[in-house]
Design a protein around this ligand. Structure first.
Ligand code: ADP
Ligand code: MG
Length: 213
């Protein structure tokens, strides 16, 4: 049984920021093909700001929900691109899902993860098949939930989520973009992976790796 506290989450955000910095150029390249080439910059900026802000929290006098709420505010302030409010909403929802808890159990973490995906969808109003990060996040949340229902622990749930997100991102190549900036390309967006779906895989992958260790 997992018990996650403020310090674990602070280190998780540092691990995600690290992964985004490594993948920044690839994410910008993907966005360069069907968008405006800034997605890697946005995600790197957002997670480095979020990671710094949560690291400044006093672990002893805050609860896990404060980590997510702090990350949300920092992400929103740092990112002007459309991914800014989407991830800010995701983290706000994760914070709300675990509000009042001192340590997080496997069930809490799975709930927070599902709340993130739902937050992105509520905020951006994208449906599956519209070639956005939703095509990675929704299958990931479903796989995470299904794994937990089958008795898997948090780390294993994240492994299932990563597998589903990876497939979801791959599937965006065949889709026509109908939401966000890349929708202007219409059919010409076919054949290219959505950058937001790709960065969702980076994020979930960093979480999976972090909790495996
Ligand atoms: P911008 O398009 O403003 O430059 P980014 O480059 O940071 O923002 O992010 C682009 C990504 O945002 C897209 O690849 C897509 O996955 C995601 N996205 C855009 N609009 C939406 C939406 N309404 N719902 C979900 N995801 C979206
Ligand atoms: Mg962009």
């Amino acid at each position: 049984m997992t018990e996650i506290n403020v310090e674990t989450l602070q280190r998780m955000f540092a691990a995600i920021a690290n992964a985004m910095a490594k993948e920044k150029d690839r994410l910008c390249e993907l966005d360069g093909v069907i968008g405006d080439a800034d997605h890697g910059i946005a995600m790197e900026l957002g997670f480095s700001a979020a990671s710094k802000a949560v690291a400044a929290l006093e672990a002893g006098s805050n609860e896990p929900s404060a980590v997510f709420n702090t990350a949300a505010k920092a992400f929103l302030n740092a990112v002007g691109a459309s991914s800014g409010p989407l991830y800010a909403t995701a983290f706000m929802r994760a914070g709300a899902a675990v509000k009042g808890k001192g340590v997080l159990s496997d069930d809490d973490l799975v709930e927070a993860f599902i709340a993130m995906a739902k937050g992105i969808q509520d905020r951006g109003k994208a449906e599956l098949g519209e070639k956005t990060m939703i095509d990675a996040w929704i299958p990931a949340a479903q796989a995470c939930h299904a794994a937990r229902a089958a008795g898997a622990g948090w780390s294993e749930c994240l492994g299932a989520a990563l597998q589903a997100a990876t497939k979801g991102a791959e599937d965006t190549k065949a889709m026509v973009a109908t939401k966000g900036r890349s929708s202007r390309l219409g059919e010409r967006s076919i054949g290219h992976m959505d950058p937001g779906a790709a960065s969702a895989v980076v994020l979930i992958g960093a979480m999976a790796e972090y909790f495996e260790g």
